[in-house]
Design a binder for this molecule. Structure first.
Ligand code: HEC
Ligand code: HEC
Ligand code: HEC
Ligand code: HEC
Ligand code: HEC
Length: 215
């Protein structure tokens, strides 16, 4: 005999099951849609901005322009006023900077094209990584060498890729003051030992529950 309280649960359970199936189907559909960007993707930008010049040669820290990266889920692309801090004076007549000056005059933002773009059903948070010892270079590659042809997507950003590091973060961990250093290597060369030590001291436990990234 099936107890009657289980009978009462049958319909809600069935509804849950169907809803879950529908959700998984939607995820599959979006996961394969062409809007999801792929490794190597390099759109042409309205201004030939070079990270190799600004972050490489001039040695500017990433956070000068991507100032919210440690505080919020989004890194954000800098406002025109950030560029004008220097380009008010430096290269004030450059052809390449016409869209920046126009934006400054009109107040309309420069229309940068997004490079990295997860589907909406996947949740990502920059501060949760950058404040826990995961450096930009692990996910974006050598941005400081990307020139005026633009930023490209270096890593697949697939679910398997996220999970690989959540299961085994040690090869990627670094001291918190080194997260924007593109060429960090541990002083004694032993990345795994450093990774284990940092994981322990920061008490890191990256989750692999579906709800961490699908909420
Ligand atoms: C002088 C300002 C400036 C500095 C410094 C800077 N960036 Fe950027 N970054 C930009 C601008 C402007 C864009 C948008 C244009 C583009 O994508 O090339 C951008 C785009 C990006 C993107 C692609 C965003 C997208 O659309 O997906 C990444 C990733 C990035 N920067 C990472 C970094 C890292 C890592 C550093 C430090 C090594 C850094 N940036 C330093 C200005 C800057
Ligand atoms: C800290 C100062 C500083 C800031 C902030 C800055 N730049 Fe620059 N930028 C420079 C310098 C210096 C050069 C010249 C580098 C060289 O020629 O070696 C330059 C060169 C450039 C050039 C090449 C122009 C040409 O005619 O050769 C472009 C385009 C450019 N910057 C865009 C931007 C944009 C867009 C931003 C804002 C996201 C920005 N810069 C923010 C200092 C800055
Ligand atoms: C653990 C991986 C990871 C790390 C570490 C990381 N990013 Fe990202 N970044 C991403 C992903 C994934 C996206 C796309 C997010 C989306 O579409 O919601 C992204 C997007 C961006 C963007 C585009 C704007 C946005 O927020 O979507 C910028 C700019 C950027 N990252 C800069 C940085 C900088 C600078 C650092 C280091 C201080 C950094 N990222 C560290 C994975 C990472
Ligand atoms: C290179 C390693 C690495 C990669 C790649 C990575 N993560 Fe993480 N992630 C971590 C670490 C380390 C933490 C911090 C865990 C902790 O605080 O205990 C974290 C934390 C998170 C959190 C916060 C969890 C919470 O409990 O608040 C989210 C959300 C997340 N990751 C999503 C993603 C997604 C989505 C991707 C792929 C687009 C991704 N991560 C790729 C290492 C990584
Ligand atoms: C650490 C973050 C993370 C965790 C944990 C995670 N996912 Fe994902 N998932 C993603 C990202 C990011 C994508 C988008 C991948 C892309 O655009 O290529 C994704 C995509 C998917 C897709 C779409 C198909 C595909 O493979 O692209 C399905 C279905 C899915 N996830 C189900 C799940 C289930 C079920 C779980 C729990 C067992 C889970 N995910 C756990 C990050 C995560």
């Amino acid at each position: 005999m099936v107890p009657s309280w289980i009978n009462g649960l049958r319909v809600p359970l069935l509804v849950c099951f169907v809803a879950l199936l529908g959700y998984a189907g939607l995820l599959l559909l979006y996961g394969n849609a062409p809007a999801v960007t792929d490794a190597g993707y390099q759109p042409t930008q309205p201004v030939p901005f070079s990270h190799a010049v600004h972050a490489g040669e001039l040695g500017m820290d990433c956070r000068y322009c991507h100032s919210s990266v440690e505080k919020s889920a989004f890194a954000t692309v800098p406002a025109t006023s950030t560029c004008m801090n220097c380009h008010q004076n430096i290269l004030g007549n450059s052809e390449q900077l016409v869209p920046v000056r126009e934006s400054h005059e009109t107040g309309l933002p420069v229309t940068w094209t997004r490079v990295h773009d997860l589907p909406d059903f996947a949740y990502f948070d920059h501060s949760a990584h950058v404040r826990r010892g995961v450096g930009c270079v692990s996910c974006h590659g050598r941005i400081d060498t990307m020139d005026e042809s633009g930023v490209y997507q270096d890593q697949p950003l697939s679910m398997g890729w996220c999970l690989e590091c959540h299961r085994n973060p040690e090869p990627h961990l670094r001291p918190l003051d080194q997260v924007t250093n593109m060429t960090f290597v541990p002083p004694d060369g032993d990345q795994l030992a450093l990774g284990r030590e940092l994981r322990k001291s920061l008490n890191l436990n990256p989750s692999t529950d579906c709800s961490t990234c699908h909420r």
